[in-house]
Design a protein around this ligand. Structure first.
Ligand code: SF4
Length: 720
């Protein structure tokens, strides 16, 4: 049990969603430990989670926290202290003015999977219900939108069908484009436990790099970058050839198999080996373990999602589960991992440019009418909103005049930073709502609004397995910091006075629970129905998985156990997807494949983890990982500065020799931005970390950019 000065909450870092117990002394957070009763982690925490309390130390608060509204009177000048009344009025006036002069689509809101569900809900309603624009998108677009589109294309709903307990029940675990050993460490420990308890369990890892997860695998399929679809089609070809498919599941519960069957005919073992670089022997072994070992669970993340064919990659993997009947039963299913703590919650409230509340689709007139009725409006706008890359491109082109950015750092995390920086410079009004004022984006803000953060916030998040957990405040907000939902609510109320005077209020929320209750009502009858849940039940029952409709005693662990999918006819749809090349294949000028990834002890742009020296012990500085063979060819020694150039920019980084990358490939962690690398930019270049190089090309279905692959050339830096 938590002690009197202890508060149960949730880790704010990754999508595993571990429960934490926060210790405090007065108004100071003094410790954190894993919650033994939380079903995600059962008391364990990783290196990031177990040091959370240190990121709330007085020294860090003093150095890094934004504690009062700040206003920049002109671009390039230092911001000056202001107050909430002035900030709220000025922002509301300027947004109303821009909406009236240029139309509501001249405003863009860019939010974050770090926000709580309640924050997300208010922002989404503010944009679509009050301003009248669907220009609200989120950094989750960079993280999981291909998983969303993949699920909807095949299973009919954005709903991961499996759960964490399946790790211990699977006979084969198939990890594709994910490195849980570093990016989802507590899940990986659960996987290690499962392998110890059941030594026969097989682990297959698909990754162009030999990551720590791949090193632990029974079979590492070290594919050529971007060849995932060829691999999945090739495995299906083998399964068909060997008769390892579940003909009954296909006949009774799916549609569209014949077209896919015809397509994968071309993916013979020889051809698949040529396309993927994986031997025919390993292909045959992988197909056998996947299809015949018993129960197969797939885990996948950015390696599939962050791709210009991300949706097709997701769907091609789900095809394998549908063809073999590895879904809807314990220990089996396609299971996308979310990167962020509340990427799922953002999807639930429809906080993306193409979605509406409770997994409704903006393009569906019936769904728009339902949401309008819920909000007491005549309609919500039908014009598709701009997704992340499109939004910053539109701002760079002068179409979007105001950018309101909450809890995220696009001046580091978005691809093609030259365009992003141009957008931030060209927009007439840039509002940045942040807990930490140290981000690259904050330097572009006209208004800096101080937000609360972990240990102070109150609301809910949903983790990768659809489990809703409470986030509770242990200490009061420091300085004048306010909760994100409250900042949005107050500005919304000021805007209402101008945009819909005399009409019933839309944002009458005294507490986050009122917001959540409205969200809950929006889910009634939907696939994620949580009308049987409440804040009070989350207190007594603990975290629950959706759906949990009225009358249910608890949430549901797995979906589709009755073989009925979320499509209109109840049948899952095989996706007949083509194998598409990379957006930017290697060529003679840019002959190296650059991929990006995460480190074990850092999180996103390091605004929080970067405040702790001890978390740099594992990887003290940014480096470019190169195969020793390439190092020798380029006459590089370890530590030599390498000039890395793509079609968009150049970056200088020290070289590190490792055989974790294959020859012809390079890898750079995505955590560092221009705070560290600024001094090393070449004249005329944007020094914005690795995203000075990456491409804004995105998947046409999910609009998720191809952050995982950039064609580059390398050379020893020739510094004066
Ligand atoms: Fe936090 Fe993720 Fe680590 Fe759990 S695994 S403690 S959620 S960072």
């Amino acid at each position: 049990m938590a002690q009197p000065h202890s508060t149960r909450s949730t880790c704010p870092y990754c999508g595993v969603g571990c429960g934490v117990i926060i210790e405090r002394d007065g108004a100071q957070i003094t410790g954190v430990r894993g919650d033994p009763d939380h079903p995600a982690n059962f008391g364990r925490l990783c290196s990031k989670g177990s040091t959370l309390h240190l990121t709330a130390s007085p020294a860090v608060q003093q150095q890094a926290r934004l504690l009062q509204p700040m206003r920049r009177m002109q671009r390039g000048a230092a911001p000056v202290a202001s107050d909430w009344a002035t900030a709220t009025d000025d922002i509301a006036n300027r947004l109303a003015d821009i909406a009236t002069t240029h139309g509501p689509d001249a405003i863009g809101l860019y939010v974050s999977g770090q926000l709580l569900t309640e924050d997300y809900y208010v922002f989404n309603k503010l944009a679509k219900g009050l301003l009248g624009t669907n220009n609200i998108d989120t950094n989750s677009r960079l993280c999981m939108s291909s998983a969303v589109a993949g699920y909807k294309a095949t299973l009919g709903a954005d709903a991961p069908p499996a759960c964490y307990d399946d790790l211990a029940l699977a006979d084969t675990v198939f990890v594709a484009g994910a490195n849980p050993a570093w990016a989802h460490p507590i899940l990986f420990r659960r996987l290690e436990d499962a392998r110890q308890a059941r030594p026969g369990q097989k682990l297959i890892v698909v990754d162009p790099r030999r990551t720590d997860t791949a090193a632990a695998a029974d079979l590492h399929l070290q594919i050529l970058p971007g060849s995932d679809i060829a691999l999945f089609h090739g495995l299906l070809h083998l399964m068909l050839w060997e008769g390892w498919i579940d003909a009954r599941h296909i006949a009774e519960h799916t549609s569209g198999f014949d077209a896919l069957k015809a397509r994968v005919q071309a993916f013979t073992p020889q051809e698949t080996a040529r396309l993927t670089g994986v031997s025919e022997f390993d292909l045959a072994l992988a197909a056998r373990w996947f299809a015949t070992a018993g129960r197969t669970l797939s885990l996948y993340c950015q390696g599939l999602n962050q791709s210009s064919s991300g949706t097709a990659k997701n769907a091609a993997l789900i095809n394998l589960h549908l063809a073999t009947g590895q879904i809807g039963k314990p220990g089996a299913g396609p299971f996308s991992l979310t990167g962020q703590p509340n990427a799922m919650g953002g999807r639930e409230v429809g906080g993306l440019a193409n979605l509406l509340s409770a997994h409704r689709d903006l393009a569906n007139p019936q769904h728009r009418a339902e949401v309008a009725a819920l909000w007491g409006l005549s309609d919500v706008p039908a014009t598709p909103g701009k997704t992340a890359v499109e939004m910053f491109q539109a701002a760079a082109d002068g179409q979007i005049k105001a950018l309101w950015i909450a809890c995220t750092n696009p001046a580091q995390s978005m691809p093609d930073q030259t365009t992003v920086r141009r957008a931030l410079e060209r927009a007439e009004l840039v509002i940045v709502q942040e807990a930490f004022a140290t981000t690259a984006t904050a330097r572009h803000a006209d208004w800096l609004l101080p937000a609360t953060t972990w240990g102070e916030k109150d609301g809910t998040v949903t983790n990768s397995e659809r489990r809703i957990s409470r986030v509770r405040p242990a200490v009061p907000a420091p300085g004048q910091a306010r909760h994100d939902w409250l900042i949005a609510r107050d500005i919304a109320q000021a805007l209402e006075a101008q945009l819909r005077p005399g009409q019933p209020p839309l944002f009458d929320y005294p507490t986050p629970e009122h917001v959540w209750n409205e969200h809950r009502e929006s889910t009634r009858g939907r696939d994620l129905d949580i009308t049987g849940l409440s804040y009070a039940l989350l207190d007594t029952l603990g975290p629950q998985q959706w759906p949990m409709p009225e009358g249910a005693a608890q949430g549901r662990a797995r979906l589709y156990e009755d073989g009925r999918y979320a499509t209109p006819d109840g049948r899952a749809r095989f996706a007949d997807v083509a194998y598409l090349p990379l957006a930017e294949p290697r060529d003679a000028r840019y002959p190296v494949s650059l991929t990006t990834g995460r480190l074990r002890d850092q999180w996103h742009g390091m605004s929080r983890t970067g405040t702790l020296g001890r978390l740099f012990g594992h990887a003290p500085e940014p480096v470019v990982d190169l195969h020793p063979q390439d190092m020798a060819q380029l006459r590089l020694q370890a530590g030599d500065l390498v000039q890395i150039s793509s079609r968009r920019g150049t970056l200088l980084l020290p070289a590190q020799a490792t055989d974790s990358v294959a020859p012809g490939q390079a890898h750079v962690a995505m955590h560092w931005g221009d705070e560290v690398l600024g001094g090393r930019a070449l004249p005329g270049q944007v020094a914005a970390g690795i995203n000075a190089l990456t491409t804004g090309a995105f998947c046409p279905a999910s609009k998720q950019p191809e952050l995982k692959h950039t064609a580059v050339r390398l050379g020893k830096a020739d510094l004066p």
